[in-house]
Design a protein around this ligand. Sequence first.
Ligand SMILES: Nc1nc2c(ncn2[C@@H]2O[C@H](COP(=O)(O)OP(=O)(O)OP(=O)(O)O)[C@@H](O)[C@H]2O)c(=O)[nH]1
Ligand SMILES: [Mg+2]
Length: 442
Amino acid sequence: MAEVSQSRTGRKTETRYAAENGNGAGVVNRRARQRALAIGITDGRENGEPLAELKELLRTAGVATAGVATQQRPKPDPDRYFGRGRLEELKAEVAAADANLVACDDELAPRQERNLESALGVPVVDRTAVILDIFADHAHSAEGKLQVELAQLEYNMARMRGLWTHLERLGGGIGTRGPGESQIETDRRLARDRIAALRRRLRQTEQNRGVMRAERERSSIPRVALAGYTNAGKSTLLNALTGAEVGVANRLFETLDPTTRSFELSGRDYLLTDTVGFIEKLPHQLVEAFKATLEETTLADLVVHVVDASETEERRILDMHAVDEVLDEIGAGDKPRLLVLNKADLLSEDEVHEVTLAHPDAVLVSALAGQGLEELRERIEQAFAETLTEVELLIPYNQGGRLHELHEVAGELERTDGPDGVRVHARVPSAELHRFDDLAVA
Ligand SMILES: Nc1nc2c(ncn2[C@@H]2O[C@H](COP(=O)(O)OP(=O)(O)OP(=O)(O)O)[C@@H](O)[C@H]2O)c(=O)[nH]1
Ligand SMILES: [Mg+2]
């Protein structure tokens, strides 16, 4: 069973134990000694540093990049990822770079992984394994840990045959069941049981969250969700707008657990949620396991898409595309969106000009320096204003509670005290209008 959730970058991440023991210091030391050769295929059209993102992922996972090796080809070789000839060279490059690990930029089929390992003589991990490892390290809440363990188990299930091939070969012949095969069966059964148990527990936490959510919905406070590529500055922006103190770091996937804080615009409360960041080729096991977390985004009335403006336009477009894809996948593709270009403080005047031309509808801000936040607040308000309807109401003096109810949904209002009650002019979200029908002044 331990085998089942052994992290592929060599770190033991079985959540049942990790949850109790935390991450021991030994883990960090063991990982610091890992030196990876980063490999990937290119189509020859990229410019910029090859495999920059994989290197960033490795850095976040605590693994040093000892070198980079690429092959230009339209798609990976189905058996060995690289071609035969390039694989020979790669073996020499692993030795020359003194690497004790090879990290691949794509998710590898178990067969590719196995063949690479036997050709290169060092462990091979793929992009998914690295991301899963980072998630395992950054999961703090009970729910986050369960979600990561589920994703890891599912990833490892597909690879179990790979783990046991040496035993499998001992069996053979029609009708014989080798010892390896029965071991696989046992492990598979254990893994499946554990997966079922994890799913049950996650459903339970989801239900608890559902209750909180239902309460929030009843209060009909407008909800805004931050979405964006990992490291774009979502948490920094949440902190800047709401005064929260969510952890911020120059590492990928710093935030895994959703945080919701309220903030006020013109006397009206809004809820702002920060959640897990996206990345290109986000492992589908993670999207599956984090569905409940990602759902926070689907419940929002407005999605604020945060983009790192200090990246190149080419990179920005790729990042934005990756975010669009995940939003589509979780069913938030058609939510109203507001594009925010963050890290404006890192741009030269020319770059500011260029980026505003390329994205005329976006708001340029610096969450860190507090630049552009006023405009952002206005734009958020505007986005909601479109859904507001102006009404004239008369609230009898003996129905004071109604005034309070109206305040909650309408924020600022103009009131005049008359002989029969309070006359109010307010802007109410269209969806809430029906609640005040009986008070309308003809
Ligand atoms: N220069 C500059 N750096 C920023 C700005 N906003 C955020 N950063 C930095 O960018 C890094 C990532 O910021 P986070 O707020 O953690 O980013 P995130 O989008 O929440 O990232 P994940 O939670 O990892 O997905 C940190 O080092 C921040 O200090 C900004 O406006 N300007
Ligand atoms: Mg964050």
